[in-house]
Write a protein that binds this ligand. Sequence first.
Ligand SMILES: N[C@@H](CCC[C@H](N)C(=O)O)C(=O)O
Length: 283
Amino acid sequence: MRTWTFAKGHGTKNDFVIVADRNNLVPVSEDDVRFLCDRRGGVGGDGLLRVTLASSIPEWNGEPGLWFMDYRNADGSIAEMCGNGLRVFVRYLLEEDLAAGERIEVATRAGLRSAWPQADGSIRTSMGAVTLVDDEVTIVHAGHSWPATKVDVGNPHAVAFLDEQDGEPLALGALELFHAPAWSPSEVFPQGVNVEFVEVVTDDHVRMRVFERGSGETLSCGTGTVAVAAAHLARQGRSEGQVRVDVPGGTLHIEITDGDAFITGPAVVVAHGQVQLPEPDTR
Ligand SMILES: N[C@@H](CCC[C@H](N)C(=O)O)C(=O)O
């Protein structure tokens, strides 16, 4: 039996198990991640955030004195970036006195990201460049089809805007039945994809639901809100602007600029504890 210390946090109810392993000494298997994220058999979360020094990560070849956000989806898969996870990661660093200051830099698989804790308790983060890919894709499932825009936010997204023909916006019961493989055909998204369904409120305000690669439907996806904001502005012929994005778990404020994107939103650590991981042959 392995006993690990963990914390639990969330950003707009996109929730994460947080495990610190300063020198990256304790291996974490896909089974371990699935166990930790299991809402009935484990701690429960949409993903795992491992806090480790960038200098201990062989794939990181940037500045060494930073903390590295090692993010895993609930199914154990590795993702390049997690927008909500980044704010929660920074909240954890602050609370554990592992970082301080007006600007905190974090190493991630998608590169260096910055965070600015705000006076109101929210955290603003940089998300890097957003790329809208020209070729439109079609998401097809159970008799419905939606044109979608491919957006890269360090990780892959397909953004579909709903209209009247879809019935009551964002209340399509059928969405509950979706599974990621149904709308991530391997020839279009060989690495899988996160899919956002969007209802437009105004030119600067949208609502969305998201089905995340490796986690299923979640109550929020930070990179997804950035993808949606960029696609929403592009439909208006704009490449920059600010968009309020409502997700089932709350609201995030997105700013798209030339060459960077920013998320401002809440991030909290809600629990600390110890968890006993089963040995591989006793799961
Ligand atoms: N919830 C995250 C995104 C997590 C990774 C995603 N599921 C993927 O596989 O790309 C966010 O807040 O951005």
